[in-house]
Design a protein around this ligand. Structure first.
Ligand SMILES: Nc1ncnc2c1ncn2[C@@H]1O[C@H](COP(=O)(O)OP(=O)(O)O)[C@@H](O)[C@H]1O
Ligand SMILES: N[C@@H](CC(=O)OP(=O)(O)O)C(=O)O
Length: 454
């Protein structure tokens, strides 16, 4: 049995719905579909999730929501019209959208989560309705009914383990089961969403819970490429890669697949096949356990992300001071921030953060507390920070890889602030200025792929 997730670009309008239904029909093993909310139909379009965020914000401000309400409803209506659904079929969508502002929520964060989740919830309902209208046996499955239970972090939830027990009781009969992606319910019964792009996570959870043989993830590119196609023209497609390669690359910028979605797939040992909705006969990229993989080349991919910031601390004899890092971590705890990496030297330490968790005041106050608690000679907050991640199972047993990475950067006059190699030795992380990130990816990509076969 296959669990099949379609991204927002694959469900953006009626013609895309038609392609998706045809993909589901061509393989009887495709028994479960996970839907995203309608995405962008063209450059400059707005995703329904972003419209719902606006709807939530206007509701919180008690401002007029009629324009945005109509924009959202018209996205679903256009899909219904494409399949000649009658008005009654769209009425539940209109009603659910209308009821969002008058429902009770514990606070505004939960309000936002519930609004956002309806992008996928209503799209899954619509998909089940369209499939039934076309004569297929299909059934909408709400995460509440299926028992997808998540932590009580309304807009950044993680799945709780009891979910898998609940999913094992879902009856996979001869109907196509249509699950909405992106959200679950807290133990208290509130809607909470995963982080943005999180429908991939639902797909992986459902694939693990239902013990699928394959998790197919359909998007708008032919494969996962060795570099982001927006940075490198015509990059090579990756035919096969490991879970941990994918996790590192998606963490560092390959937005095509959510990094947290790898974890349920690893736990259930379910291979993932990323494919193109617009060219479904192409093989796409297969993501597999390490035991099923033999590296054919040194690196598999190179990614970059600009969502980071760094804190640089310098003080002589840091290496001799007991408790320095402990004091630092206590300040982080006080401000409820997590850190990503902490490379250090004898007299200095850099801490790299995901900066999406900060506002300006937190940065200011936290740095002030660190200065007081640790009295460093230098304390510098580096907002202009990007991470470049070079990843490949093939790097493990090779010497000279670092030189091959650094040389093209030096040739392009790109300064490297930090180098960090994970213990698994399948990735090397570099810190650069944000403006250099794109050029760094291009030059590393060219150094490895212009001479190596795909
Ligand atoms: N290395 C990569 N390979 C393929 N696509 C990538 C890569 N890095 C970033 N992307 C981007 O990811 C996009 C697909 O992800 P996303 O927009 O989340 O799709 P969906 O709407 O299907 O969820 C592609 O259109 C591409 O621009
Ligand atoms: N619709 C949600 C979740 C998601 O996964 O979307 P997409 O499949 O379009 O990346 C978002 O925009 O974040």
């Amino acid at each position: 049995m296959k669990v099949v997730k379609f991204g927002g670009s694959s469900l953006a309008d009626g013609p895309q719905f038609e392609k998706v239904i045809s993909i589901m029909k061509t393989d009887p093993e495709r028994q479960v579909i996970i839907t995203s909310a309608p995405g962008k139909r063209h450059d400059g379009d707005i995703k329904v999730t972003d419209l719902l965020i606006k709807y939530a914000e206007l509701t919180i401000k008690h401002a007029d929501t009629s324009d945005v309400f109509n924009q959202i409803f018209s996205r679903y209506q256009a899909i219904g019209d494409y399949f000649n659904l009658d008005e009654d079929a769209l009425a539940p969508i209109w009603q659910a959208l209308s009821e969002l502002p008058t429902t009770d929520y514990p606070d505004d964060d939960y309000l936002l989560a519930a609004f956002k989740a309806h992008g996928e919830r209503l799209n899954a309902r619509l998909m089940a309705t369209v499939m039934t209208h076309l004569g297929l046996k299909a059934r909408f499955v709400d995460p509440k009914e299926a028992g997808i239970i998540v932590s009580d972090e309304p807009n950044n939830a993680t799945v709780l383990p009891e979910t898998y027990q609940h999913l094992s009781h879902v009856d996979v009969d001869d109907s196509i089961l249509v699950f909405p992606g992106f959200f679950g319910f807290t133990p208290e019964g509130q809607i909470a969403t995963f982080s943005r792009g999180g429908s991939d996570i639902t797909g992986a959870i459902v694939a693990r819970g239902l013990k699928a043989d394959l998790y197919e993830n359909f998007t708008d590119v032919d494969a996962i490429y060795a570099a982001n196609p927006k940075l490198v023209a015509h990059p090579l497609a990756i035919h096969r890669m490991t879970y941990r390669e994918m996790r590192e690359l998606s963490y560092a910028g390959f937005s095509v697949f959510h990094d947290e979605a790898i974890i349920p797939a690893i736990q259930g040992e379910i291979p993932i096949n990323v494919k193109n909705t617009n060219r479904p006969n192409l093989p796409g990229t297969l993501i597999v356990p390490e035991k099923d993989f033999k590296p054919a080349q040194t690196i598999t991919g190179v990614a970059s992300s600009t969502r980071f910031a760094a804190l640089y601390l310098h003080r002589y004899l840091l290496n001799k001071e007991v408790g320095f890092t402990l004091k630092l971590l206590q300040v982080f705890k006080k401000y409820n921030v997590s850190y990503e990496h902490m490379p250090s030297g004898i007299d200095d330490l850099t801490v790299i953060f995901d900066k999406t968790q900060f506002d300006e005041d937190t940065v200011h106050n936290m740095c002030h507390d660190i200065q007081e608690a640790l009295d460093p000679d230098t304390l510098e907050w580096i907002d202009d920070y990007a991470i470049i991640m070079v990843v490949g199972e093939g790097m493990r047993n090779q010497v000279g890889v670092i030189e091959q990475i650094i040389q093209p950067l030096a040739q392009h006059d790109i300064g490297v602030h930090m180098i960090n190699q994970g213990a698994s030795r399948i990735s090397i992380m570099l810190g650069t200025r944000r403006a250099d990130a794109g050029e760094a990816v291009k030059s590393i990509y060219n150094a490895f792929f212009s001479s190596e076969p795909a």
